[in-house]
Ligand binder design. Structure first.
Ligand SMILES: [Ca+2]
Length: 352
């Protein structure tokens, strides 16, 4: 009996061991196969990317870029999977405007903005006068885009743009940006190693996309380079030049937070609210509809046309915004972004 039990134990043990070995082998073989599959897949992506680069280079040659520029450019380009991943995993923004403003414009940023406007006073005054753009808006954009130049992104611009174009979901857009980036490189504004930006290709302290750079960047200090990465004169002039070219009106501010009084017919919101130019009305007309200052008192009766915007809904923050806000929308189409720039500019004026 005891012998039988012993034998039984042995058989069971052997069985267990052989099962173990079998599963280990299975595991190893499947993972080996998986690795084999993965590297085959990787090889095929690599070769597709190489083909894509060759085709891009031909297109660039057709556009007249020299071999000298293209050799430097294409030697630097690598597939950046991180960038494509970042593009696919953009968080859905479900923030309220209140929450957005407190994260985008925290008190420390206001304090820094106030310091920066003093630190660069001489230069900012010069730029303000030349372009007709109030310096607090220049500094507010600078602060919101790159934390006053500190966070510009360190992704190689060319590699990011080509990777995103290759990914294919917005190929036309990123290819256009890529050729604009090649133009920037060929004009010698930046060295290839310093040609960096956000994962999506927004560059320098003003976070211009390459096409915006070509339309708006300025050589503020006259050294022949439009250096939005590290030359304050160029950064401030470029920001101001963007706003000036897009219709900034130095005589006006951007907007104001308002309230809808009880006399405002909430059912007419869809008729009146929104950025469409034909919905702009003078302050008196808004007053007559029941819009008041945020403190509940009457709006000023100045002859300025304004749009009513509700970035969240009627229970959130409500603003009357002027033409300069429409200019900010040319910079970035997000209402939240536009309000955050105006909000920071107002805090700068207040000094805290
Ligand atoms: Ca310069």
């Amino acid at each position: 009996m005891s012998l039988f039990i012993f034998e039984l134990r042995i058989t069971q043990k052997t069985k267990i061991i052989s099962m173990l070995i079998f599963s280990i082998l299975m595991f190893l073989s499947t993972s080996l196969f998986a690795q084999g599959d993965m590297s085959a897949e990787k090889r095929s992506v690599d070769s597709q990317f190489a083909e894509y680069l060759a085709q891009l280079r031909t297109e660039a040659e057709d556009k007249g870029f020299t071999d000298e520029v293209l050799d430097v450019a294409f030697a630097s380009i690598k597939m950046r999977e991180k960038v494509v991943k970042a593009d696919k995993n953009q968080p859905e923004t479900k923030l309220t405007l209140d929450k957005y403003l407190s994260t985008r414009v925290p008190d420390w940023k206001v304090m820094q903005a106030v310091e920066k406007i003093q630190e660069h006073a001489e230069l900012l005054n010069k730029v303000e006068k030349k372009y007709g753009v109030n310096k607090r808006f220049i500094v507010a954009l600078w602060g919101n885009e790159s934390n006053f130049g500190r966070i510009q992104g360190d992704h190689p611009v060319l590699s990011s743009l080509v990777s995103l174009a290759f990914d294919g979901r917005r190929e036309t857009l990123f290819k256009r940006q890529f050729f604009a980036a090649l133009t920037i490189l060929s004009e010698g504004h930046v060295a290839i190693d310093d040609f960096t930006g956000s994962w999506a290709g927004a560059m320098g302290q003003s976070q211009f996309m390459p096409t915006s750079f070509l339309s708006y960047a300025v050589d503020g200090n006259g050294d022949g380079k439009k250096d939005i990465w590290s030359t304050p004169e160029d950064v401030f002039s470029s920001i101001a030049n963007f706003l000036a070219k897009e219709g900034w009106n130095h005589q006006q501010t951007w907007g104001r937070q308002v309230k809808l009084s009880d006399s405002f017919d909430i059912n007419t919101l869809n008729t009146y609210a929104g950025l469409a130019k034909d919905k702009m009305q003078v302050m008196l007309a808004w007053s007559n509809l029941g819009v008041t200052k945020f403190d509940g008192t009457a709006l000023p009766t100045v002859n300025v046309r304004a749009s009513l915007i509700l970035p969240d809904d009627a229970s959130g923050r409500i603003y009357l915004v002027y033409n300069n806000f429409h200019t900010l929308m040319r910079w970035n189409r997000s209402l939240y972004f536009g309000v955050s720039v105006g909000y920071l500019a107002d805090r700068i004026r207040k000094g805290s």
